[in-house]
Each structure stands twice: as structure tokens, then as C-alpha cells.
Design a protein around this ligand. Structure first.
Ligand SMILES: Nc1ncnc2c1ncn2[C@@H]1O[C@H](COP(=O)(O)OP(=O)(O)O)[C@@H](O)[C@H]1O
Ligand SMILES: [Mg+2]
Length: 256
């Protein structure tokens, strides 16, 4: 039997706003097997971020059950939850969320600072290894503002990988990137999924991004309205190679 990494059942999340209650999730159920690459689709306000935050243990549901790798997160103390999250999950956001005055390498080392088992030397090695995995080893001493948007997102992905999590959760991770750079990021995620077996849950509202995943769950008004397997997964690498070359893409002079 496949190993269920995520198992959510009748998840609800309400936000009290003064006298009003916003029902962001109205009973969402699905499971994700280890090794799947799932996109979560839905228009703005459909509940995607609310759900991803719960999946990432950044938020708690008002009602419903959530098993993360077989563990009912409700039974965990704050400390245990933080540990589980740190070990199992890597988060990638739309806005990269890198520390500004901090090098790429130090940004990637950050999650390891919360892990007392990892000594300083090993921390650096692991961070370098993660930067290598995203193709940015030679940029490790650059500050975020010395990197392009796509490179910054790669650093964020390296940071998400550094603890060797089983799962990557991404919220509109290509939302700030142009088409070509978006495809590059998707090619990287496809590689991490295929070669390293990472489970990926990727929130997007762009249908041309969802074609790179093996399954799409669509939310509308806080409910799942569609959940289908993609029989014809497109290769982001091939799609990238087929893009017409534009003038802007010509190699730029190294400035930083
Ligand atoms: N912290 C919050 N407080 C109040 N309402 C919220 C909060 N977070 C989200 N919502 C509401 O919940 C609904 C779903 O939001 P969200 O999950 O951010 O949607 P999406 O990511 O799909 O755009 C929206 O109506 C939004 O206004
Ligand atoms: Mg959102």
C-alpha cells in the first residue's frame, strides 16, 4: 500500500472577523501519497493558502483531522509539532522570504540553526550541498539583492531542502516570476520529485503550471470541486527548451 504522507478529513477553518465569520475551508478531505506531485488550483480567495498553512502546521484547523505521515498533529505539543514540521516539511513562498543582509549560504543554513544535532561545520556543508542541488553553488556568497528573482527562489528552495524534508509545500512559488523562470523552477521541482522522491504540494492559480504535476486538486469557495490525475504530465525541461529564444535571454555580463 502506498504511504500516505498527508491525510486530511473534513478540514474546516473559520476566521472570526468582529461579528462576522469567514468560512475559508468548509470541509476538505483528500490524501497525498509519498512521491506525488500535486498542484492545488483555485481562484483567489478559494482557500488555497489557508489549506497549505494547515498542511504545513503553520495554522490549525477549526475542525477536522490532519494526519502528517501517520501522526495526528492535534496530539502533539507545540514543541513536538515544531520538530515534526522542521524535519518533514520544506516551505517555499511567493515572495521568497529571504533575509536581506544575509548571504545565500547563511539563508540556507537558517533552518539548521533550530536543529541542535547539527554542528556548525556540518551545517555549512549541508547548506552548500542544498545550493548545489538547485544549481547555485557559485552564488553562495551573494546577498539576495545580488540575485535575480529566479535565483532568489532557488535559494528559498535550497533552504526548504536543507533539512532533507520528505515534503515540499509551495504557495504560488512562481507567482512573481516570468514564464521562462517559472518553467525553470518547475523543472527543478520535477527533478526533485523524480530523482529525490520529494513529495510536492504546489499551490498555483495558473493552469499552465499545473500541467507539470501528476495530480490537480481544485478548490472553490473552501471546498474541493475537482481532483484528477494528470495522465499526460508535461516535462518542464522540454517545455523550457521549446520556448523561443528572446533577445533578453542572451547571456548577460557578470555584474555581481
Ligand atoms: N487570517 C485571516 N483572517 C480572516 N480571513 C481570512 C484570513 N486568511 C484568509 N481569510 C479569508 O479566507 C478566504 C480564503 O483565503 P485564502 O486561503 O488566502 O485564499 P487563496 O489563497 O486561495 O487566495 C478568503 O475569503 C480570505 O479573505
Ligand atoms: Mg493564497
Amino acid at each position: 500500500m502506498a504511504n500516505k504522507i498527508l491525510d486530511i478529513n473534513d478540514l474546516k477553518r473559520e476566521f472570526k472577523m468582529g461579528s462576522e465569520t469567514v468560512r475559508a475551508l468548509k470541509g476538505v478531505s483528500f490524501t497525498v501519497d509519498a512521491g506525488e506531485f500535486v498542484t492545488i488550483m483555485g481562484s483567489s480567495g478559494s482557500g488555497k493558502t489557508t489549506m497549505l498553512n494547515i498542511l504545513g502546521c503553520l495554522d490549525q484547523p477549526t475542525e477536522g483531522k490532519y494526519l502528517l505521515d501517520g501522526v495526528d498533529v492535534k496530539t502533539l505539543s507545540r514543541n513536538e509539532l515544531a520538530k515534526l514540521r522542521n524535519r518533514k516539511i520544506g516551505f517555499v513562498f511567493q515572495s521568497y522570504n529571504l533575509l536581506a543582509r544575509t548571504s545565500a549560504l547563511e539563508n540556507v543554513e537558517l533552518p539548521l540553526l533550530y536543529n541542535a544535532d547539527v554542528p556548525t561545520k556540518e551545517r555549512k556543508e549541508k547548506a552548500m550541498h542544498a545550493l548545489e542541488a538547485v544549481g547555485l553553488a557559485e552564488r553562495m556568497n551573494h546577498l539576495p539583492n545580488q540575485l535575480s528573482g529566479g535565483q532568489q527562489q532557488r535559494v528559498a528552495i535550497a533552504r526548504a531542502l536543507v533539512n532533507e524534508p520528505v515534503m515540499i509545500l509551495a504557495d504560488e512559488a512562481t507567482g512573481n516570476l516570468d514564464t521562462k523562470t517559472s518553467y525553470e523552477i518547475m523543472a527543478l521541482l520535477q527533478e526533485l520529485n523524480k530523482e529525490k522522491g520529494k513529495t510536492i504540494v504546489f499551490v498555483t492559480h495558473e493552469p499552465d503550471i499545473a500541467v507539470f504535476s501528476s495530480r490537480t486538486v481544485t478548490l472553490k469557495d473552501g471546498r474541493v470541486i475537482k481532483d484528477y490525475k494528470n495522465e499526460n504530465v508535461k516535462s518542464a525541461k522540454d517545455t523550457l527548451a521549446a520556448l523561443p529564444v528572446e533577445k533578453d535571454d542572451e547571456p548577460k555580463k557578470e555584474t555581481a
